[in-house]
Design a protein around this ligand. Sequence first.
Ligand code: PGA
Length: 249
Amino acid sequence: MASLIVGNWKMYATSIADANILATSIRNYVSHFENTDIVLCPPAMWLIEIRNIIRKGSKISLGAQNVFYEKDGAYTGEISPLMLKDIADYVIVGHSERREYFGETNLDVNEKVIAVLKAGLKPIICVGEKKKNNSASQPYKELKEALEGVPKKYLKDIVVAYEPVWAIGTGENADPEYVARVLTKLRELESRNTMMLYGGSVKSKNIKGYAKRPEINGVLVGGASVRVSEFEKICRSFEEEKAVIFNED
Ligand code: PGA
């Protein structure tokens, strides 16, 4: 199974020039990667610009950071899955910042997941507990509710990102062994081919610990994904470490 690294630019890269430089550097850097696919999720404003930079067929795909679940209508400020489907491949759904600052519920997340899949896009579903509690029960419940009514045939198109909220943007990343245990629990709800990621303060100095775990198929990187050399180091370390594990098998 290939690996997947998602760069969530959040509301950074505030000028088109910054977005352009970031995407161009990353595209050139990862072009020789063999086993790691990269997804860049810029702010919606830059999606078309970045699509033109990364080109279809390269190692990089494009993701949106959010979407609404209706196809069209009087929903000022929203973006429909139909608008995204010819531009992007992935959509982040249920990020904790959306849940916290924009009141997204598990039901909203579920409706978005279904709408995204029906449009032929791949949802990157984010789940995670707010406080450190050594239990997979909250992410498990969030994922179960996110997948309510999703036909089994779609499970292969889903990406799950376990992102404990206490680890996001805090510099306190979760222990890889613990992450592996949570992902094993979450996989009960998924198919064998579902990509399972970790996110939360991923940096070049802690990336190897995640790459070493076979249960972890990739990472979702926030703050560090808009720092070119840091993101490149993360991608390279992950690619190299997974290749070692692959060759040992
Ligand atoms: P972080 O964010 O890497 O800055 O902790 C991760 C995320 O929000 O997805």
